[in-house]
Ligand binder design. Structure first.
Ligand SMILES: C[S@@+](CC[C@H](N)C(=O)[O-])C[C@H]1O[C@@H](n2cnc3c(N)ncnc32)[C@H](O)[C@@H]1O
Length: 286
């Protein structure tokens, strides 16, 4: 498949997912706080600086960056999916934050910003889904001033990613399907594409970043008040999964849902669900 066709395919998944991400913003945004704050710490953010956040989704870590940069700072969030950008704008308007802007970009290599005009670049849970993550890092580097820092987070070890593991286990009990957790391959965009620090760091160095290092830590990824709500979040916000479930009949979908809820209740003792996962946070300097 050509780069353009693959990117169009991925965009379609994100368009579908955006509806769920906007509806369940709090489920993602609240769980993201510790890792987003850590990204901001590693960026060395100081009041008054300018940050560029690629794959901004519905505004994480733009929110945490805006807090750290203060009233004289500025955050520009970019995303390929219009629904995500609309969600991020709606969140900013609702919270009265006027130091953030959000824009749609046509691709990860075409950011539409002046070279050398940002102090910080971030990309949380975005690079691994891009068809050309190396080009994205080169574009981000060009947007930074000399000495500016780039901080990206990706999903680490697939085995440590509870949300994927539970989805896979449950769905595989009902249908035969391609693995939701494939062997990580840096050349195949997807949740675990960049789960090896060596791959991520090589992309940084190839893009021209120096002082490249990675922090590996477990962090919450997504949460829900109940098992039922968690399943609704998955059904409406996980791109490939949305398509898979839609392709099934009502009875099969209902059977998978009740199995998932029983499995989640057993794992989380009937209380709130918090999915954690290993994350890689990689930092480099222009
Ligand atoms: C898992 S979400 C993460 C969103 C947000 N950064 C967060 O941490 O909650 C991935 C985001 O990457 C965006 N995305 C995927 N491919 C992209 C690309 N090629 N260029 C820009 N954004 C992209 C999606 O639209 C989606 O908003």
């Amino acid at each position: 498949m050509s780069v353009l066709a693959l990117r169009a395919d991925k965009l379609e998944e994100w368009r579908l997912s955006a509806v769920g991400w906007v509806r369940y913003r709090a489920n993602f945004a609240d769980a993201a706080v510790p890792s987003a704050r850590r990204m901001v710490e590693l960026s060395g953010a100081r009041p008054g600086q300018r940050a560029l956040d690629l794959a901004c989704g519905v505004g994480v870590p733009a929110h945490q960056l805006a807090e750290a940069l203060g009233p004289d700072g500025y955050v520009l969030g970019l995303d390929i999916a219009e629904g995500m950008v609309d969600g991020a704008r709606a969140w900013a308007a609702a919270t009265g934050l006027d130091t953030v802007d959000f824009r749609v970009v046509p691709s990860e290599r075409d950011l539409g910003v002046e070279p050398g005009t940002f102090d910080i670049g971030t990309c949380r849970a975005g690079l691994q889904y891009m068809v050309e993550p190396g080009a994205a890092l080169r574009a981000m580097r060009e947007a930074l001033r000399p000495g500016g820092r780039m901080v990206a987070m990706t999903v680490g070890s697939p085995q440590r990613c509870t949300s994927l593991r539970i989805l896979e286990e449950v769905v595989a009990r009902h249908i035969t399907m391609p693995a939701l957790i494939p062997e990580p391959d840096k050349d195949v965009p997807g949740t675990v594409a960049l789960s090896d620090p060596a791959d991520l760091e090589a992309l940084y160095r190839d893009a021209g970043f120096t002082d490249v290092r990675t922090e590996v830590a477990d962090h919450p990824i997504v949460g829900a008040d109940t098992a039922e709500q968690y399943w609704d979040v998955c059904e409406q916000s996980a791109g490939p999964f949305i398509l898979l479930l839609r392709s099934l009949g009502d009875d099969l979908r209902a059977a998978i849902r009740s199995d998932a809820i029983a499995t989640l209740r057993a794992e989380f003792g009937g209380g709130p669900v918090v999915m954690t996962g290993e994350t890689l946070i990689t930092v480099g300097t222009r």
